[in-house]
Design a protein around this ligand. Structure first.
Ligand code: ADP
Length: 286
């Protein structure tokens, strides 16, 4: 049986046009065949969450509501408050000036999620991609495997992505709606890593995404130091959330135990669940 795509082959139709007395027979291509990824993207874009769920390839997906916001996570996971920051953490933390009156509010807008980012039903998951946007290893490989081959087909139309930049595609077979591909630095540049987070967050605004999940960009194969990467991720997220209220949740997906420990420690600084913050001066432990 023919697929809808193969039925959609280009049809050459004659068109008559007149120039003075002369009738010129012209031919035009009325419709080129649409690539399969475009057809599927258009179909998925029109669907609501309930309809999309019927199509999911996995049963163990997680909705945003089932991931604890940071304020609940702290209560449920005893012992987190015993995790203390270091002097180096304080030095890094002093680079941000925070609006402490927003602390309680913002504590409901961020989460730690321990596990596989491909299970999350969010508006967008972030992929730590390479600049060619070709399926690779690590989180990139996991995302491409779970999304299916149409993800690569769409990526192939984007002309790659420079380091520090971000581009969005459909997420196809994933429970997420979109994948934002960002290319982290391989040279340890904090500015480029910060740019990755900023560009991804800017895309949420442009596309009105309300939820986004980040892996620990660049800290795997690209070798960026985990702790500094977490400072950059949290500082950028905090700054963005203070001035943008379209986002309901930013999920930090921690796949390695080291990152769970770092994020549990540093979220207490960047998202304190009280009106004070560590930069107020009265709570510094040096
Ligand atoms: P990079 O090339 O940017 O370093 P990697 O994919 O090697 O990207 O690693 C980035 C982070 O993603 C690492 O912390 C790695 O442990 C984590 N990671 C790997 N697989 C997954 C996954 N399925 N879900 C979430 N995070 C993952």
């Amino acid at each position: 049986m023919l697929s809808p795509a193969s039925l959609n082959i280009c049809k050459i139709l004659p068109i008559c046009a007149r120039t003075g007395n002369q009738a010129i027979r012209k031919y035009s291509v009325s419709k080129m065949s649409e690539p399969q990824w475009k057809i599927e993207k258009a179909r998925l874009t029109k669907m609501n969450w309930a309809d999309r769920r019927k199509d999911y390839k996995i049963k163990d997906y997680l909705t945003v509501d089932s991931v604890d916001p940071w304020c609940n996570y702290v209560v449920r996971n005893k012992g987190i408050e015993a995790k203390k920051h270091t002097l180096d953490d304080l030095t890094e933390f002093k680079k941000i000036s925070m609006e402490s009156g927003l602390n309680k509010d913002l504590g409901q807008k961020v989460s730690i999620f321990k596990g596989d980012i491909t299970k999350l039903e969010v508006d967008a998951i972030v992929n730590a991609a390479n600049s060619a946007l070709k399926a690779g290893g690590g989180v990139d490989g996991a995302i491409h495997r779970a999304a299916g081959p149409l993800l690569q087909a769409e990526c192939d139309t984007l002309g790659g992505c420079p380091t520090g930049d971000a581009k969005a595609t459909c997420a196809y077979n994933l429970p997420a709606r979109y994948v934002i591909h960002t290319v982290g630095p391989q040279d340890g540049s904090p500015t480029k890593l910060e740019s990755c987070y900023e560009k991804c967050l800017a895309l949420t605004k442009e596309n009105n995404f309300r939820s986004i999940a980040f892996p620990c960009i660049s800290t795997g194969i690209y070798g960026f130091p985990n702790r500094l990467a977490a400072h950059i991720a949290l500082r950028t997220a905090r700054k963005f959330l203070e001035t943008n209220d379209h986002i309901e949740r930013i999920i930090f997906c921690t796949f390695m135990p080291i990152d769970v420990d770092i994020y549990e420690t540093l979220l207490q600084m960047y998202f304190p669940l009280h009106d004070w913050n560590y930069n107020d001066g009265n709570t510094l432990t040096e």
